[in-house]
Ligand binder design. Structure first.
Ligand code: NAI
Ligand code: 15L
Length: 261
């Protein structure tokens, strides 16, 4: 099952993950723009992640869950609470009730966004969320850890950098991951045995990196793409000021969003 199927990544991954599933159950709170392809094994169940009973029904019968659904940017806490924090709890409770043994959780670099850009970190460092959104991803990772220790449900939490068709700015030269590489990373996360709860940074084979993935070596993920192809275009942009959070923190602009009241 793929949650968040109507979103930016869901729209792409729905196509690229299809070869790895006989039936791909799509879910979102809104209908995806692209037509359902039931003839190739797609099915669609609309569901609000904040609704526990509906999520339990949604999860029934799945072998594995790729959990992309939820609020994907910084927003007031109450919005994040419903979709992301309650949402991830409902996904794991559904998995426990229905015997689903593998989850791939779309975590984010914003779980560690307050590390500085002059630091290189691995997946073992304490989290430093850069907002309510980043906090919800940190919470999701802890939830994954708990459900493995208590119930044996395995998860790979992918701290996705920036998965867009192009690296749009200097920061994304470090954080960019292509859809092809993210697909392969999700495939590795689904099929590798004995992952327990593994955290991995989702980035392509970029030349400049802030993240060290040695703790996720068991996934055997090999990236094929690199942000270098965007360098010329990106370096035409003016340099941000030295005191701009965009140039200081790994989470970039997210570190300076809010407060909302
Ligand atoms: P998106 O915002 O385009 O898609 C998220 C989807 O979740 C939307 O279709 C939305 O309708 C759905 N959703 C929101 N609230 C919901 C609810 N209460 N119930 C059910 N569905 C709900 O985000 P995108 O870019 O596709 O990201 C997918 C996932 O990957 C998100 O969890 C995001 O946090 C994570 N991520 C994405 C990155 C990127 O570069 N695109 C980077 C880091 C993490
Ligand atoms: C994220 O977590 C967001 O979901 C995505 O929209 C981008 O902002 C990305 O991080 C990023 O840091 O570039």
């Amino acid at each position: 099952m793929l949650t968040g199927a109507a979103g930016g990544l869901g729209t792409v991954l729905r196509q690229t993950l299809k070869p790895f599933a006989d039936i791909l159950r799509l879910s979102d709170i809104i209908a995806p723009a692209e037509k359902l392809q039931s003839e190739t094994g797609e099915e669609l169940i609309l569901c609000n992640l904040a609704d526990k009973a509906s999520v339990a029904q949604l999860v029934a019968g799945c072998d594995a869950i790729v959990h992309l659904g939820g609020v994907s940017v910084e927003r007031p806490f109450e919005e994040i609470l419903e979709a992301n924090i309650k949402g991830v709890f409902h996904i794991y409770e559904g998995a426990r009730l229905h015997g689903v043994k593998r989850v791939v959780f779309a975590s984010s670099n914003h779980a560690i966004g307050f590390y500085r850009q002059d630091e290189i970190i691995d997946a073992g460092v304490p989290r430093r969320p850069d907002g309510y959104y980043g906090l919800s991803k940190a919470y999701g990772e802890e939830m994954a850890s708990f459900y493995f220790d208590r119930y044996g449900i395995e998860t790979v939490s992918i701290r996705i950098g920036s998965c867009f068709p192009v690296a749009k700015d200097r920061r994304m030269m470090h954080t960019w991951i292509s859809a092809r590489d993210l697909t392969e990373l999700i495939r590795c996360a689904l099929v590798t045995e004995g992952v327990g709860h593994t955290i991995v940074y989702g980035m392509s084979d970029n030349k400049q990196v802030w993240w060290d993935n040695h703790l996720a070596a068991r996934l055997n993920f090999v990236a094929q793409d690199s942000s270098e192809i965007f360098r010329e275009q990106v370096e035409r942009q003016p340099m941000p000021a030295a005191d701009d959070p965009v140039a200081i923190y790994q989470g970039g602009a997210f570190t300076a969003q809010g407060p909302f009241e």
